[in-house]
Design a protein around this ligand. Structure first.
Ligand SMILES: *Cc1c(COP(=O)(O)O)cnc(C)c1O
Length: 393
């Protein structure tokens, strides 16, 4: 098998999705599974669908279009504000988009009208993280505008925390979102079907919240994929954190002095690395993977192996207890940043693992189209297990 390759355990991803769907359903919360870190990989999206997520969300219209071509029939949500230059494509592929610009809402309305469709608008409100969203004082005008457009439906209100400044979703900002929803409903005599509290960073809040107020929806990526909440990167109870592993191969394993020789300037990635204590001559190995394929800071090395450096195409590592050998494969865990980059690199092959058995390879460099792995996990089976799990014990 060739390297670098991302090993993908669909059974673990199915378990994560089913567990979260079940757990959140008890609190009246539906899940949009966010596919941006996996570039909408259809095998994973099918797995999520089988586990009962209510819709698929992505930041990029291109990915939603690819999913539609792959026969994904779940509702699609564009979770980043539409580009003005893409409103027609957005309306054609996504039932709902998250919005914060009145002009974009007007253009979506015109596009929906032209296509004879109705498009759902979720108004995003900025509650402290200072990324997307209207300030609360601008919500009424945006709601009035949306309600005026016959081709649009004001389906809900949403917010996003934890991304730009790591602002923690808590009882205060979540209650503020609920109150804004209730206020809009009262002033406009409407019902908002969706109150979307945020992303994986909301799971710690949810775990401890006495009441969820009006919040009935979350958009989850990292929790489904990596089984962690992003604020402290803590593992989430009973989820798999190892659904993805990255395998790289040793292309040089030689004894060298640890200290560089000669005058030093900036490196290819512009840092001036600190020199560690002189370890004398020791064995260090080069792995055929680099910054072009992965975020090295987001790799979790196996026990006993240390990452010494990285450049575009090389990762420099050492394993003092057991020197690495030419051709040896090394398996890393990944964080969100490492996963995103590995999925985006055309050089990283993807292998789906069923249980412990690796199955057919695929990837951007290969033409192999694997069978839908979701086939084994039929929707009925998922529903049955969900019902069983939801029965109070
Ligand atoms: C990326 C993103 C999400 C998903 O975030 P995770 O931390 O991966 O759960 C949800 N909502 C928006 C708007 C996003 O951009």
């Amino acid at each position: 098998m060739s390297t670098p390759r991302l090993e993908i355990h669909l059974d673990r991803l199915h378990h994560n999705a089913l567990t979260l769907v079940t757990r959140l359903a008890r609190r009246g919360i539906a899940i949009t599974a966010v596919s941006k870190a996996i570039l909408g990989l259809p095998e994973i999206v099918h797995t999520w669908a089988a586990a009962g997520v209510s819709s698929i969300g992505d930041a990029r219209v291109e990915t939603l279009e690819a999913l539609a071509r792959q026969g994904i029939t779940l509702p699609m949500v564009l979770i980043r504000a539409p580009l003005l230059s893409q409103v027609d494509r957005v309306v054609a592929v996504a039932g709902i988009s998250l919005n914060s610009e009145p002009e974009t809402i007007r253009r979506l309305a015109a596009a929906a009208q032209r296509q004879g469709r109705r498009h759902g608008v979720v108004l995003m409100v900025e509650l402290g993280d200072r990324r997307e969203g209207l300030l609360p004082r601008d919500l009424d005008a945006a709601a009035a505008l949306t309600l005026q457009c016959p081709a649009l439906e004001l389906v809900g209100l949403g917010t996003n925390l934890g991304c730009q400044h790591g602002v923690v979703p808590d009882g205060i900002n979540m209650a503020a979102l609920s109150a804004l929803a209730v206020g809009l409903e009262a002033r406009f005599r409407i019902h908002l079907g969706l109150v979307s509290g945020g992303n994986s960073a909301n799971l710690s809040w949810l775990e401890h919240a006495q009441t969820t107020g009006r919040i009935n929806h979350l958009r989850l990526g990292e929790a489904l994929l990596l089984g962690r909440e992003p604020l402290a990167r803590r593992p989430i109870a009973s989820l798999h954190t190892n659904a993805f592993q990255l395998v790289a191969e040793v292309i040089e394993a030689r004894v060298k002095p640890s200290r560089p020789l000669g005058e030093r300037g900036r490196t290819s990635f512009d840092q001036i690395p600190l020199l560690e204590a002189d370890a004398g001559e020791h064995q260090r190995a080069l792995l055929a993977i680099g910054i072009q394929d992965v975020d090295p800071a987001g790799l979790r090395p196996p026990a006993g192996l240390r990452i010494l450096g990285a450049s575009s195409d090389h990762l420099v590592v050492e394993r003092p207890a057991k020197p690495l050998e030419l051709g040896e494969e090394v398996t890393f865990g990944l964080d969100y940043s490492a996963l995103l980059r590995a999925m985006t690199s055309p050089f990283v092959q993807r292998h789906f693992c069923a249980g412990t058995e690796p199955t057919r390879p695929t990837g951007p460099l290969s033409q192999v189209t694997p069978r839908s792995p979701g086939a084994a996990l039929t929707r009925e089976a998922a529903l049955h297990r969900r019902r069983a799990a939801a029965t109070p014990s």
